[in-house]
Design a binder for this molecule. Structure first.
Ligand code: URA
Length: 239
């Protein structure tokens, strides 16, 4: 829906700094729209399809951010990373100002598809255990993938501190040391702990899909990110 806001407020909402700082940017002639420098911060603008240029870079107004990141190893999803840089350092600085957060977490050494957003209800809905969204992982194992291993993961393994066994939705052997495992829950270290409980060991883990959103289809190198459009967001639904 189109809304009219003053330009300083718009820039603030997009993560360019405090309202005062944004007014300064406008006063300094750093902001243009359609090739024209806008020097009056009071000017009311429709946010619908608004594209502005700031510091020579083009930005599209977005009420909320929905982002897919191909997470590399050695980045932490925590808000206060302790041993490795945080995943937010892979995104433009403005996104931190907008309070963009990872939707759920991947371990620091897990790679692959990570959603990030500044839309609280979206984050909450996506992370809810009640919403059974399949998450697809490709795991590399230390010991050989046997039919028994696949069978144990499918029938359920008991993890420490869990009330009952946890089972994979689907699980298939991809190679001698490779398997694809699909989970609906997102318990702490779940794939690694399930593999350990089934007497194997996970040596590398990649999340390759969430619901119908497939990492490969996004064509992102490790460390790259993209905005998700409405069609892609519609793929993040329970199976
Ligand atoms: N399971 C794990 O063990 N680690 C992850 O990062 C995600 C799922």
């Amino acid at each position: 829906m189109a809304s009219k806001f003053s330009l300083d407020r718009i820039l603030q909402s997009q993560g360019f700094g405090t309202r005062k700082y944004c007014r300064g940017l406008i006063d300094d002639g750093e902001v243009s729209i359609g090739g024209e420098i806008i020097g009056d911060y009071r000017l009311g603008m429709d946010t619908d399809h608004l594209i502005f240029n700031i510091f020579g870079e083009e930005w599209t107004y977005r009420e909320h951010l929905y982002i897919a990141l191909n997470k590399p190893a050695n980045f932490e999803c925590s808000r206060k990373p302790s041993h490795h840089p945080g995943v937010l350092t892979l995104l433009p600085e403005q996104f931190s100002w907008r309070d963009v957060q990872p939707v759920g977490r991947l371990d620091h050494d897990t790679t692959g598809l990570l959603l990030m957003s500044d839309d609280g209800p979206f984050i909450h809905a996506q992370s809810s255990p009640k919403r059974h969204i399949p998450k697809v992982y490709a795991a590399t194992t230390h010991d050989t993938v046997t039919p028994e291993l696949v069978e144990r993961l499918l029938s359920g393994v008991q993890l420490h501190d869990e009330p009952g066994p946890l089972a994979a939705i689907t699980c298939k052997k991809l190679g001698d040391h490779q398997l694809e495992i699909v989970l609906e829950q997102g318990k702490y270290h779940q794939v690694k702990r399930m593999l350990a409980a089934a007497d194997n060991h996970c040596v590398a883990l990649q999340r390759v899909a969430i619901g119908g959103l497939i990492l490969e289809a996004l064509d992102l190198d490790e460390g790259e990110w993209c905005y998700l459009d409405a069609e892609q967001l519609a793929l993040l639904v329970p199976a």
